[in-house]
Design a protein around this ligand. Sequence first.
Ligand code: HPA
Ligand code: ZN
Length: 326
Amino acid sequence: MLPKAELHVHIEGTFEPELIFAIAERNRVEVPYPSVEALRSAYQFSDLQSFLNLYYAGMNVLKTEQDFFDLAMAYFAKASAQGVVHSELFFDPQAHIARGVPFEVVINGLDQAVRQSKQTHGLSSSLIMCFLRDLTAESAMEVFNQSLAHGDKFVAVGLDSAEVGNPPSKFKNVFDKARAEGFVTVAHAGEEGPPEYVWQAIDLLKVSRIDHGVRSLEDSKLVEALKEQAIPLTVCPLSNVKLKVFSSMAEHNIKKMLDLGLNATVNSDDPAYFGGYVEDNFTAVRQALNLSKAEEIQLCRNSINAAFIDASEKAQYLSQLEKSAV
Ligand code: HPA
Ligand code: ZN
């Protein structure tokens, strides 16, 4: 197993049914399913929205700092066992604030886990605050203003939730403000949405990485721009198959991305819902697309190079990769 960075994982999407039930019991709240097995068997999706409905329902039981800490520590244990040496976690503050859970509770619980992960697993990590694109631009600005008191606890802002009908252009103002405040930016684009949304993420939101971006290959000029500007794509193969972006793993275009010279990486997105963590994604791609060892090493190298870490940390992880690749 090769060392790698994970750059596209929603912490709320790592919430395994067993932990949902355990935290629900601790907080004395009801889960609308009779058992862990019944909940897990509901994880059959027809598209992004059908997944998001369950994803937002699952996080309903999270109430306290301890809950967010436990959630993130459970993820770090799984990720570490799958070769992850550095991880950048998305979180969705608006989804929690809307349920009456204060921003501070969410970010303080996650921040404590980020610190603990280095000690417990030797795994470095950071947080990326996402705006829910199906809510208004005003709501995004409001949560961003609120987040500034905790600006030392996250490194970037991102954009997630229901893509089609909610283009990046809707969030130009808040992304301008985030960059002015010193944050780098990323955005989900070209998962279900058209190549035009990827263009907007690059040109209007000035993103440092595109999350998913698999539909970029429909536009050859866009492929050229992604190469020219060396913009990494955080691809999530099991997610794409579960949400029917591709009809099977054999149809997935991640190998094509490498052939085109794109800077692709492999990530788990929402591993509790999509059937696997990051090494499980590598295994699925390896089996379906006959990836060579060299291609696998390239995907890991890309992930370290695309991480929001300093040059000395990158050099250290890259040398760890080259050593384990021989
Ligand atoms: N796409 C968009 N929003 C999301 C996802 C995703 O794959 N996972 C959690 N929020
Ligand atoms: Zn995602």
